[in-house]
Design a protein around this ligand. Structure first.
Ligand SMILES: *Cc1c(COP(=O)(O)O)cnc(C)c1O
Length: 349
């Protein structure tokens, strides 16, 4: 037997590409087109570099306190990780350990099946409907846990607060995770429900609405018992996942919520403009509540449009999957970037 036969074999998640080209219009990984809060720049300038000699506070206490005030919960309700992908990875490990399959939508964040494969978690996908909506009534069945993003990715469709509360209330026997990566672009967060239901975990990221994808900060909010279980897993894996610099910059960002709100509103306004323009150009565009749109042209294939955009140095995201092969996911950029995109499409089509 070779050493290769003794390894764990996995099919990794494939993230959107990060090419470093000049004049690139990068609309493929849902980054924010605007700068982070200027408070983050100030915090970086004031950084005590000698502190890097020491390990950072292992549970990011100062940040945790600030987050608890921000979300109006107690500190014990807050978990902080190195990006929400890490928070998700630890959550799958902590909460999904049943012989029953966990449930998630068939079209959703493609990292979920990767974690299942890595940890050998059984899962069952639930089809979203023809309007790309998740119907939570389909999740009323025996399960080892439930996870979905709200708004969903890559579709941008939104579930309402009462629908989610009803599911959580009717599913007391397993954990429900709501991945709110895009909630700041038009949805209502279910964070207030974590005080009421001990089986709910809400995960948010600082990568999208706070323009801090490079910083790697993700948070989970939940009841005190469930958050303590998540810390048990984290402390069995890595004591210091959130570095000193990230803790300080994230703190600065939270203290400037107005900046985030202003930039999110701008992105929503640009999204509304883009949706209207794309519909005029014969695209099918489901309403989106995220910082991207998921679109399909009535006559041209997704593959063709993707390649044509790529030649123009406009990069969007596309999956070679049944049902969505003709769809493109386009991140909302600046007004200027969106105008360039629409101008190109007008000529091309
Ligand atoms: C972007 C994204 C994440 C990951 O965000 P990071 O905090 O940057 O790791 C998680 N869930 C969904 C649905 C996302 O789109």
């Amino acid at each position: 037997m070779s050493w290769q036969d003794k390894l764990r074999k996995v099919k990794p998640y494939v993230a959107g590409e990060q090419p470093r080209l000049n004049n690139l219009i990068k609309l493929n990984t849902n980054e924010n087109p605007y700068d982070p809060s200027p408070k983050v720049a100030e915090a970086l300038k004031g950084l005590d570099w000698q502190k890097l000699r020491l390990y950072p506070p292992s549970n990011a206490n100062a940040l945790r306190l600030a987050l608890s005030k921000y979300y109006q919960v107690d500190q014990e309700n807050v978990f902080i990780g190195n990006g929400s992908d890490e928070v998700l990875a630890l959550s799958f490990l902590a909460f999904f350990n049943s012989s029953l399959p966990i449930l998630f939508p068939d079209l959703t964040y493609s990292f979920y099946p990767v974690y299942c494969d890595l940890y050998q978690i059984k899962y069952k996908t639930i089809p979203i409907d023809d309007e790309f909506q998740i119907n939570l009534k389909d999740y009323y069945q025996d399960n080892g846990g439930i996870i979905f993003p709200n708004p969903n990715a890559p579709t941008g469709r939104l579930l309402s607060f009462p629908e989610i509360e009803e599911l959580v209330a009717n599913n007391p026997g397993s954990v429900v995770i709501v991945d709110e990566a895009y909630i700041d672009f038009g949805g209502t967060s279910v964070v207030p429900l974590v005080k009421k239901y001990d089986n709910l975990v809400v995960i948010q990221t600082y990568s999208k609405s706070r323009s801090l994808a490079g910083l790697r900060i993700g948070v989970a909010l939940g009841g005190k018992e469930i958050i303590a279980k998540l810390y048990d897993i984290k402390n069995s894996f890595n004591s210091y996942p959130v570095d000193y610099i990230a803790q300080i910059c994230a703190l600065a960002s939270i203290e400037d919520d107005q900046d985030k709100i202003k930039k999110c509103n701008k992105i929503i306004q640009t999204r509304n403009w883009l949706v209207a323009e794309l519909r005029k150009l014969n695209f099918i565009v489901p309403d989106s509540y995220a910082n991207f749109v998921f679109v399909k042209h009535k006559n041209k294939s997704g593959k063709e449009i993707f390649a044509a955009l790529r030649k123009e140095n406009i990069i969007v995201r596309r999956w070679d999957l049944p049902r969505i092969e003709d769809y493109l996911r386009i991140t909302i950029g600046t007004d200027q970037e969106m105008e360039q995109l629409v101008d190109f499409l007008k000529n091309y089509l």
